[in-house]
Design a protein around this ligand. Sequence first.
Ligand code: 3HC
Length: 288
Amino acid sequence: MTVDDIGRVAVLGAGNMGHGIAEVAALAGYEVTMRDVEQEFVADGYENIEWSLRKLAEKDRIEESPEAVLDRLDTTADLAAAVTDADLVVEAAPERMALKREIFAEVEEHTGEGTILASNTSSLSITDIAEAVSDPSRVVGLHFFNPPVKMDLVEVVHGENTAASVAEKGAEFVESLGKTPIHVRKDVQGFVVNSILGPYGGEPAWMVSEGEATIRAADAAMVHERGYPMGPFELADLTGIDVGYHVRTEGGIPVPPIAEEKVEAGDLGRKTGSGYYSYEDGDGADYE
Ligand code: 3HC
């Protein structure tokens, strides 16, 4: 069931996270507008949603047809048009503070006071993002995990000035998506999950950079010894090597050379067809 007062959701960004958040919101019954800066990015995100909904339908995991869900989803490249009637805006742009602040300032111009402004940032301070708007009490973090349609947890991040009612509404929204919210009341870098995941991804990347381990060995270790669904390198390929890279550079954390090389080469993971592994021609992570 959808949350009272939230009818229309705008998702800013159609990448891995943006399209996934738009998809789960549409699945839960919200009217959704997904926006990205170029029509081409919006079209890619829309195709990914179509693919995912088809997969879910094939497995009887959704009650409606993909078309019925897609009927609730609009797309646009126009930010003002996306947010004007929204009750909740979820920003899912690249992980750069200056960009996020620019977006929030622009969103504020086109939304009423009652609209909740959420960021899906992985690690940037909600308090700092909220400085871009005149009323920071309506800014909250809603941090989803990749792929949103499959991952159950969402962090509800309180900035220093986030109103308790806004965080509560954010958590209710998360529950209405069938997901589990956890409140992160201290706006620390990386919140709870990425504070733990940072070393999980970083340590093996340093080991590989220094010739102390191979990618396959590190992934096999975590999957076969710890029972994780994927190893740290396969996970980086799923989330995007550039995402972790920006989290580190924005946070002043050194980047392991192997990650830097991949970003410079444009090998960002599944989304570009190769990263730590190749995903061309049906290939995938091969550490089994
Ligand atoms: N929509 C619909 N179907 C999907 C899908 C999607 N988005 N993604 C995968 N599927 C499909 C697959 O195509 C596959 O279909 P098939 O059986 O027809 O081939 C089916 O679902 C099963 O997929 P898998 O066999 O790959 O595996 P599972 O369903 O068992 O698990 C997973 C997939 C949930 C991604 C699991 O591997 C996992 O939990 N991995 C870890 C993910 C994780 O930790 N995410 C958090 C990253 S950190 C983050 O996001 C934070 C950010 O701040 C950086």
